[in-house]
Design a binder for this molecule. Structure first.
Ligand code: FDA
Length: 443
């Protein structure tokens, strides 16, 4: 007879910065808790990694280091970026730097350092393949069985009272475009670029006008000093991201309350007004740098950084040794054919759909009049009373909670709110006599 599965208070699906921050909040809570919260996190990568394909050496964070994994929730946390700097003996050097926005590679190192400190709470090389409901005697869903598979094909099941789904973003490609050795999404940049010969590469086409597109353009231009880099986008020019102080308040914890309570019409207006704090917008320093390079080449009469503005790719065909991109002007329809080594789509990301993993549980999830998932203020999917545990979303809640949904800005606060919700609901359940008898909660 097989032993019953242990039941965790919480199982986390994915272990990026969001669920890492939750693991930290749990760890700090458990240090002084009478009744610890038991948790385990499952990550498909073989070790911790945060957008490794875009760890361009000189790329910087788009968020203040103070919005790290813990500080906004617990300014005295031992998991803060400052604690990391101290541990690495770089605190004073960083202070001298007078910089709020560390290098992305440094923040990655910080994430790895923090992940190592909660290593006992996570299993890597565990791709979550499905989540199945476990029903009690009365038919309500009392637990979730999280099924995983390793790269070697080994399967396992983790049973949970609550889930935290933090599976992040997935690359967005236009309809009909599929990635190949010659057609990339920027998320794979550093993995794929190693295979391109610096001496023979002659041209790259980069599609998009956001931060990633500008970073890829600058990176390729520098890395391949003999190649032409053609940037293709529909705008007239790159637009700067608005990181001015008042606009930046859209990332404040209070902004989540305001957004959550706002009527749909106002939600849409807020996203329209402040989308340029994050979407299709580029750091002004990087815009200036690209312009400087283009102008310098103009002066020298040898232009290899080219902008195809107000343009779009209309055809993309793989050839024997590269790709043929046909670029169409959106003003006069004129077409230019570019033979290139590689085309890089920097066309953004989309949140991963949590219901794809939820299987039969998706049927319990209530939807709004636009067929979007209903999410309560504590980031819980509204599953109705038939499901007693919480399915918490870290990401994919932009429609309900606003622009911080997939960003780092509010992560430390968000995970504190999720933890509070798990604790409140556990305390409420413990007060119910029927819970004492059955171990299940009927709210
Ligand atoms: P993230 O995508 O980081 O992690 C999700 C994890 O889940 C991954 O590790 C993935 O492998 C895992 N996973 C997915 N499916 C799984 C499954 N079925 N089973 C197991 N594991 C699974 N934001 C910001 O505020 N400031 C910034 O400077 C930047 N910079 C930035 C640069 C780049 C290049 C990108 C692409 C994005 C940013 N962002 C950002 C936004 C970004 O979304 C944010 O930094 C975090 O990655 C969000 O963390 P998450 O943990 O939610 O997702």
């Amino acid at each position: 007879m097989s032993l019953p599965l242990p039941v965790y208070d919480l199982v986390g699906v994915g272990f990026g910065p969001s669920n890492l921050a939750l693991a930290i909040a749990l760890t700090e809570h458990n240090e002084s808790a009478d009744e610890p919260v038991t948790a385990h996190f499952l990550e498909r990568q073989p070790c911790f990694g945060w957008h490794r394909g875009m760890l361009i050496e000189d790329a910087t964070m788009q968020v203040s280091f103070l919005k790290d994994l813990a500080t906004m929730r617990n300014p005295t946390s031992g998991f803060s970026f400052l604690a990391y700097l101290h541990a690495k003996d770089r605190l004073v050097d960083f202070i001298n730097h007078k910089n709020l926005f560390p290098l992305r590679i440094e923040f990655h190192d910080y994430f790895e350092w923090a992940a190592a400190k909660v290593d006992d709470l996570v299993s890597y090389d565990q791709t979550v393949t499905a989540v199945e409901p476990v029903t009690g005697a009365d038919g309500t869903v009392v637990h979730f069985d999280v099924r995983t598979r390793t790269a070697a094909g080994e399967e396992a099941v983790f049973r949970a009272r609550n889930l935290a789904v933090g599976t992040g973003l997935r690359p967005n490609l236009p309809d009909g475009v599929t990635v190949s050795d010659r057609i990339w999404h920027n998320s794979e940049l550093l993995h794929r670029v190693r295979d391109i010969d610096e001496d023979t590469a002659s041209r790259f086409v980069v599609i998009g006008a956001g931060q990633s597109a500008a970073e890829v353009t600058a990176f390729l231009h520098e890395r391949f000093p003999r190649a032409e880099v053609c940037s293709v986008f529909a705008r007239y020019g790159y637009s700067p991201s608005d990181d001015s102080a008042f606009a930046n308040r859209i990332f404040d914890p209070e902004a989540v309350d305001a957004f959550y309570e706002a009527p749909e019409r106002m939600k849409r207006r807020l996203m329209d007004y402040h989308g340029n704090t994050n979407y299709s917008a580029v750091d002004l320093d990087l815009i200036d740098e690209l312009y400087r390079r283009m102008y310098r080449e103009k002066v020298r009469g040898a232009q290899r950084l080219r902008m195809f503005n107000m343009s779009r790719p209309v055809e993309l065909a793989e050839t024997a040794d590269g790709v043929r991109a046909t670029i169409e002007s959106l003003t006069n329809g004129e077409r230019t054919v570019l033979e290139a080594d590689v085309a890089v789509y920097s066309t953004g990301y989309l949140p991963a759909d949590p219901t794809a993993l939820l299987g039969a549980l998706a049927g319990y999830c209530r939807r709004d009049e636009f067929d979007r998932l209903r999410v309560t203020r504590d980031y819980r999917l509204d599953t109705g009373p038939e499901v007693t545990g919480g399915i918490y979303l870290q990401g994919g809640t932009e429609h309900s909670h606003g622009i911080t949904s997939s960003l780092l800005s509010n992560t430390a606060i968000r995970v504190g709110e999720i933890l509070d919700s798990v604790l409140d609901r556990r305390a409420a359940a413990n007060r119910l006599p029927e819970y004492a008898a059955s171990g299940t909660l009927t709210p």
